[in-house]
Design a protein around this ligand. Structure first.
Ligand SMILES: [Zn+2]
Length: 617
């Protein structure tokens, strides 16, 4: 090796050591985007023309020679993938069913791309279903940026799913998934999933949106209005109605943008003590006016509970907007149907608000990991609603465990054997029910079981740490579990593997009792394939109780109990052994009952074999 060659090699080595892209930290990058979108609405034809400048800042280590955009409106055409999938499912979403197949030309949705330019050059592009692919004239190098100009015209479909015009409650325009949205590019490359039903995954960035629309319309939206006072919201219709006005809106650090327009919106504001503004937009309907007029102060209490336990809401505004077809989350806003009694309105509003934490800010790929947004959201929703019940802000019984109903419902479902593993892509579950029970119920149960494994206090520390560490990022399951491992000191790989990647069930049982030298021996067995730590309560005839805890060897540790709980921690149960013998320090005649899982915190799918009573009644 010549000296000169060695020097070059040294420099290459030095670069490989110090360049984070080359030394294995490549996954820490994420893309960034800026949108400038200007649209002109034709409310007679339900169409708009648009010009959109999309700037992608390529923080990846890869050279990009093409870009991909979602054209979601194209899903609302007979024969689209969304239409076919809906008609193939045994239990389609009733909101979709066969409705797309029956759309007439003036009712369907489309995006007609007129031209795509880069630095003034006309680019080649192709459209396939809901995907627009653009070939760049000049490739975008790592660290470089590229700006694409899109000229397009779109027709707004009648409301079928999430987006569209004239929803069943009479909202004119629910404008979700309405603009050509740049596909996400991460360490796995492009995410170009066709729009079938439910997957969203976007790049964080800034939006400037200009909407020119008839002056009679009141708009609700993501972001902050730059020309306040422009709208007729809560004001008498302007005399010059028929003319148009341009709404200018900016949003920062968000990965999507929604807006809703209706001439009849009532707008309410609520100023939280920290300066954050809550807004409600709804149609005046005597039957539901009372629900909407109570909503914002109740949601202020919801915010306080969520922020105290799960992290701070980072934006200056949040809008609850009547629109859409149920409830759907967007950055800084939600679209919810509004003809609801107070309980139902608060329930859906709380769920969608919580997506600000799990989807809006901690922005997992909800197609690949739907349980990380729907499940986590559902878990905290149950706790928040229970808290609001405790404050008597909503009717309903305060529960000592707000997750129990979900645990029991999931146990029943798991016993039927119809579940898909949690790692299934949201669009690919075999039934809608399997998706719902998986993403929502089992996803919520994931947190519930972690709380059982780690102890409530440590679990909450972990959730807060997860939020702080991954806000404005796109964590994957291993990032979440790693945070929980660091917080608890426990090893959780096995839990990730069993819980997320299999449909194996948890079932522990008390097989029998016998007696040796005057003391009771309790024979326990693991009947399900999913190993977990076990808690046991022995009730004695004198009314006292003894508590035992058997950690699982795979955890490499155990949960910390408060000293006053006087729990006896026993030798760990090895996962390979289906049996465990518990030697009790009491005589057979002293024992009244022995119960596994006395707090009903373990997601044991067959509770019928959990208790042993010495005196049967
Ligand atoms: Zn949800």
């Amino acid at each position: 090796m010549t000296l000169r060659y060695a020097k070059t090699a040294f420099i290459i080595w030095l670069l490989s050591v110090h360049n984070p892209i080359l030394n294995g930290q490549a996954s820490s990058w994420q893309q960034e985007v800026a949108y400038f979108i200007s649209v002109n609405m034709d409310v007679q034809k339900h169409q708009f023309s648009g010009i959109q400048y999309t700037t992608l800042y390529n923080h990846s280590p890869d050279t990009l020679d093409e870009l991909h955009f979602h054209l979601y409106y194209n899903a609302f055409q007979p024969g689209s993938d969304m239409d076919v999938r809906s008609r193939q499912l045994p239990d389609p979403d009733p909101r979709v069913g066969a409705r797309i197949s029956q759309l007439k030309p003036h009712e369907n949705g489309w995006v007609d791309v007129k031209a795509v330019r880069q630095e003034g050059h006309i680019l080649d592009y192709s459209v396939s279903g809901t995907l627009l692919s653009v070939s760049l004239k000049r490739a975008c190098l790592p660290g470089d940026s590229v700006r694409i100009e899109l000229n397009f015209r779109s027709q707004i479909p009648i409301q079928i799913r999430r987006t569209g015009r004239n929803n069943r409650e009479g909202i004119d325009y629910s404008m979700a998934q309405w603009y050509p949205k740049l596909c996400q590019y991460d360490k796995r490359g492009w995410h170009t999933d066709p729009y079938i039903a439910r997957e969203f995954y976007g790049i964080f960035g800034n939006f400037q949106v200009q909407i020119e629309i008839d002056s009679s319309y009141c708009l609700a939206h993501t972001g902050i209005l730059q020309n306040p006072g422009i709208g007729p919201c809560n004001k008498p219709l302007p005399l010059n109605s028929g003319n148009k006005r341009t709404w200018v809106i900016r949003a920062e650090k968000v990965h999507d943008f929604v807006w809703v327009a209706d001439p009849d919106f009532v707008k309410a504001d609520y100023h939280r003590s920290n300066g954050c503004i809550l807004e409600a937009f709804y149609l005046s309907d005597p039957s539901f006016k009372s629900s909407w007029s109570q909503l914002l102060p109740i949601m202020d209490s919801a915010f306080r509970f969520i922020e105290a336990h799960y992290g701070e809401y980072p934006y200056p505004k949040y809008a609850f907007i009547q629109g859409g077809d149920g409830g759907m989350e967007y950055p800084m806003a939600t679209l919810i149907t509004g003809k609801r009694p107070l309980n139902s309105l608060v329930g859906v509003a709380t769920h969608e608000l919580l997506h600000s934490w799990y989807h809006g800010v901690v922005a997992t790929h909800e197609g690949m990991y739907p349980w990380m947004d729907e499940g986590f959201t559902s878990f905290v929703e149950s706790e928040t609603i229970n808290h609001l019940r405790g404050l008597r802000l909503v009717p309903g019984q305060l529960e000592d465990d707000p997750h129990r109903a979900n645990l029991e419902a999931f146990a029943k479902f798991a016993e039927q054997g119809e579940a898909d593993p949690l790692c299934t892509h949201a669009d690919h579950f075999k039934t809608n029910r399997a998706y719902g029970m998986g993403a929502y119920s089992k996803g919520a149960l994931c947190l519930h079981q972690l709380s059982y494994l780690m102890g409530r206090k440590t679990f909450l520390q972990g959730m807060l740490r997860y939020y702080q560490q991954w806000k404005f990022k796109h964590p994957e399951p291993e990032d979440f579990f790693r945070t929980m491992e660091k917080t608890s000191g426990l090893e959780l790989d096995w839990f990730d593997n069993y819980f997320v990647h299999t449909t194996k069930r948890i079932d522990y049982a008390i097989d029998s009792l016998d007696e040796v030298n005057g003391s009771v021996r309790c024979h326990l067995s693991r009947r399900g394939e999913f190993p977990m730590p076990v808690e046991i309560l022995v009730l004695k005839n004198d009314g006292t109780a003894i508590r035992y805890y058997i950690p699982l060897n795979l955890m490499r540790g155990g949960k910390q109990f408060p000293k006053e709980s006087q729990v006896h921690t026993l030798t760990a149960w090895s996962w390979v052994n289906p049996h465990y013998m518990l030697q009790l320090d009491c005589r057979p005649e002293d024992v009244a009952a022995i119960c596994l899982n006395p707090e009903r915190q373990l997601a044991d799918t067959d509770p019928s074999n959990d208790c042993y009573f010495t005196h049967s009644e």
